[in-house]
Design a protein around this ligand. Sequence first.
Ligand SMILES: [Fe+2]
Ligand SMILES: [Fe+2]
Length: 357
Amino acid sequence: MAIPDTISTDEERQYFEVTDRIQLKPGWLQGEGQPLPHMEPYLWRWAEVEPLVLKSGELVTPDRDVERRTLRLATPGLDRGTTHTITAALQLLLPGENAPAHRHTPTAIRWVLKGTGAYTTVEGDKCYMEPGDLVLTPSWTWHDHNNEGDEPMIWLDGLDVPLVRYLRANFYEAYPEDQQPIVGVAESERKFASGSLRPAWEDTSVPYSPLWHYKWDKTYEALQRLAEVDASPFDDVAMEFSDPVTGGPVLRTMTCWVQMIRPGIATRAHRQTSCAVYQVYQGEGYSVIDGQRFDWREGDFFVVPPWVWHEHANDTGDEAVLFSIQDIPVLKDMALYREEPYEENAGHQPVTGRFKG
Ligand SMILES: [Fe+2]
Ligand SMILES: [Fe+2]
């Protein structure tokens, strides 16, 4: 039993000893407890990441040595996850390989970075993956990945594992075979990707989007169309992938965004109780996070911790496109979402340093 140094009298000490014996803690004597791990903003460069992802293909093989061949974006200060709620990792699947079928209560998203010819089967629906596609494997849905093409496939996995683990709700089940039976090809997409129209008879009362494959061409077209008419001062041309039934986020624990930062735009800074993991899908520019400038270019990843000032800028002549996974739905559903604009200096933070990595 450690006696708190807030105790100053014998009477308090005696009181503390008695309460401690029967697992009671006097709040006024307790002290601060363990501080939360400090999460720092960080940036990973594609030029450094990609060779290591490819090299992992020589070291381990899915199904034979490991369930999945993944490389986690490990934010300084955290011993797991990429943020306190989200884990993001690069996954490599080589031609002919299979990442066996399983399901788990943590929800996952796949954001496709490189390659074609691989597919993810979600609940029997075969979804061919191409760069810029978003594929969802919601909580407790069967999924396996297979590469029947002739090039390596790399995608970004985003999972709510740290949150689910914290809630002690992590369950896992392996499918008896490596691959689940195929029921259809692009069924969810053909049923639900038209947005404002959907099958009239279908039961859509699942707690996640019934559309689990968002194709890049449609995403990019939507960005272009929005750019013609409107933009956010904090995020420029930002769109949330949405559940076609509810209009809300695609998942309960995570939301996915795609945003275009147009040439010459510097957004205003704000901070939010949510956090985000970004991937630079196209172009280059920089973000100022907590006063530090992070220069990014195509393929890079960066993380924005909760409640730190952040703003994005594109000082080039070409558009930049950012993809992100954010935990906004959790904060909003628990009435804990808070957002604040940076008011000074026309909404821009003073830059006090530059991220070197
Ligand atoms: Fe999985
Ligand atoms: Fe933001």
